[in-house]
Write a protein of this length. Structure first.
Length: 107
């Protein structure tokens, strides 16, 4: 036998929506934040991933203009898009650029 019938379930949902509205936008007390942090650490949960991914190493950056992005991506275990974005942010020309513009920045 169900604990809630259809009418009770509707009332419960309405009550939960109202209670959630009261809490939305309020900051948690520092004690509760610390308790949640400790619980996450105990459970082995990790912090959220960095939005920009892992930063490129000096060796990876040195290889950017020497090999095509797809080939380099496989070599350094990154996506081709990540390699392309890294190269463009640093203003480095692609290895396949036949114009060989030297040290001129990308425009």
């Amino acid at each position: 036998m169900d604990k809630l019938n259809e009418g009770s379930a509707r009332l419960r949902v309405a009550m939960n929506v109202e209670l959630a509205g009261d809490q939305r936008g309020k900051r948690l007390p520092p004690q509760q934040v610390e308790r949640r942090r400790q619980t996450a650490r105990t459970l082995g949960l990790r912090p959220p991933k960095r939005p920009g991914g892992r930063p490129g190493t000096k060796k990876e950056k040195a290889l950017l203009s020497t090999t095509p992005d797809g080939e380099l991506a496989q070599r350094i275990n990154r996506t081709e898009n990540a390699v392309t974005v890294m190269r463009l942010r640093l203003g480095i020309h692609t290895a396949l650029d036949r114009r060989r513009l030297g040290n001129r920045p990308l425009s």
